[in-house]
Design a protein around this ligand. Structure first.
Ligand code: EPU
Length: 428
């Protein structure tokens, strides 16, 4: 899967979004699904995989472990990936790959469970928070593994195999739940995960594992029960639509006073708290064939937003929401409850004229009448899209540096916006 890396993106201001957007498969579902291929020697066929650099990174990691794969382009927005998993020869996830993408840690559970040992690099720092993996490791230890931190790597082993156990996550962790659930799929006996993540991407993974022969129930609630089986087999699975991409384009309609048809999913179910908040902010939603219509009511009202694990308001839509609230008719308050450092976009939005103050994990946004173009810099995936959104509604043309962050999680941004009558230019 070849992805073109871009450096800068020029967004023309004062544009109105009006059209349809086909939503791609969810990055955060596709990543654990790709890792799940490691659980069987029989291969896995994934459809609706989004063409993104994070997916390329995960494929490089799997290739490094001995998996071979074929990618076919079903459309510019969706690829199929056939993975062959019968010749694994390496059980190390190296620093060079893991440092690029923290979700690489998702290979730990499957490798440990199928082979009884592995070595996974610790990911290191990250723009949005410290992001430890202690709960992934505690979960593996509860299943009988030993883990040791040495030379920057986690050395995990379970020479006699993993045993089912009860484990309660002290805080909700999405990839932690996915990792331990994958490990438990091949453990001996029953595992009960309490305070498990309920995100649709966790449910999608459990559904795929069940198609592969696993025995998982309760996914989508905070208690997941996994009855271990001795082996998994090949299957075909279509990745769930990306609720964060859908929410991002919904905000694009809101911030520009436009309208967008989000196609390809039941977004009401995937984004309950988000839709409630956006209605309060003045967006109007109506169901359409194969999706959801989002229309601006012509005004943007201030909001009080708390980010929470699913089904609460997603942290991955916090930066985009903040960009819209910069234009609200009044003062908004955002509490970021998941990540300790996810306000990097604030300084950039302020360079465009936003009036925001931050105190710890809380941000106060005073609505202003206008933002003006300025050179700005993307710091992480969601922050970069918040700058694109602000730029669409700002006066003048905004140049966003380090726009490669976008390609990690949003596919074909320019093309999808072009389908909505909106222009932007990529500058290499
Ligand atoms: N945490 C720990 N210890 C752990 C694991 C997590 O303290 O072992 C803490 C984290 O530091 C954080 C909180 O628990 O404060 C929640 O983190 P979580 O583990 O749920 O995050 P994640 O699984 O690493 C996934 C998404 C993120 C998304 C979060 C929260 C993937 C690949 N990534 O990360 O997505 O923000 O859940 O919903 O699924 C993004 O797509 O832009 C993105 C950052």
């Amino acid at each position: 899967m070849k992805i073109c890396m871009i450096e800068k993106i020029k967004v023309y201001g004062r544009q109105k979004v009006n059209g349809k957007v086909r939503i791609s498969g969810a990055k955060n579902a596709a990543l654990p699904l790709l890792a799940a291929a490691l659980l069987s020697s029989d291969g896995l066929h994934l459809k609706n995989v989004p063409p993104l650099t994070d997916i390329t990174t995960m494929l490089a990691l799997l290739e490094n472990l001995g998996i071979t794969y074929q990618v076919s382009k079903d459309s510019p927005y969706a690829h199929s990936v056939k993975l062959k998993t019968d010749a694994l020869e390496n059980f190390t996830a190296p620093y060079e790959i893991v440092k690029k993408m923290r979700a690489s840690v998702l290979v730990l559970g499957p490798l440990l469970s199928r082979f009884g040992h592995c070595r996974v690099s610790l990911p290191g720092g990250c723009a949005i928070g410290v992001r430890p993996i202690d709960l992934h490791l505690k979960g593996m230890e509860a299943l009988g593994a030993t883990t040791e931190l040495r030379d920057g790597y986690v050395h995990a082993s379970a020479p006699n195999g993993l045993r089912g156990a009860e484990f309660t996550f002290p805080i909700v962790t999405v990839t932690g739940t996915e990792n331990v659930m994958m490990a438990a799929a091949l453990a001996d006996g029953t595992t009960v995960l309490k305070n498990a993540a309920q995100e649709p991407e966790v449910v999608d993974l459990a559904n795929c594992l069940n198609k592969m022969g696993a025995d998982i129930s309760g996914h989508g609630t905070d208690i997941i029960t996994i009855q271990g089986v001795t082996s998994l087999h090949s299957s075909e699975h279509t990745v769930v639509p990306d609720r964060i991409e859908a929410g991002t384009y919904a905000i694009a309609a809101g911030i520009t006073g436009g309208r967008v048809d989000l196609l390809g999913g039941d977004f009401g179910k995937l984004l309950p708290a988000f839709l409630d908040k956006m209605e309060l902010a003045g967006l109007v939603f109506s169901p359409i064939d194969d999706g959801l219509r989002v229309e601006s009511s012509g005004k943007i009202l201030p909001l009080d937003v708390d980010t929470e694990p699913f089904p609460g308001y997603p942290t991955d839509l916090q930066a985009q929401c903040m960009a819209m609230l910069c234009f609200a008719d009044g003062d908004s308050h955002i509490r970021e409850n998941i990540w300790e450092n996810r306000f990097m976009h604030v300084a950039e939005l302020m360079r465009m004229g936003a009036d925001i103050s931050v105190s710890g994990t809380q941000a106060y946004v005073k609505g202003v009448k206008r933002l003006a173009a300025a050179p700005v810099m993307a710091t992480d995936l969601r922050a970069s899209f918040s700058l694109v959104l602000a730029a669409l509604a700002a006066d003048g043309d905004t140049l966003i540096d380090r726009a490669y962050h976008l390609d990690r999680g949003y596919c074909c941004v320019r093309e999808k916006f072009a389908d909505c009558g909106v222009e932007m230019e990529r500058i290499k």
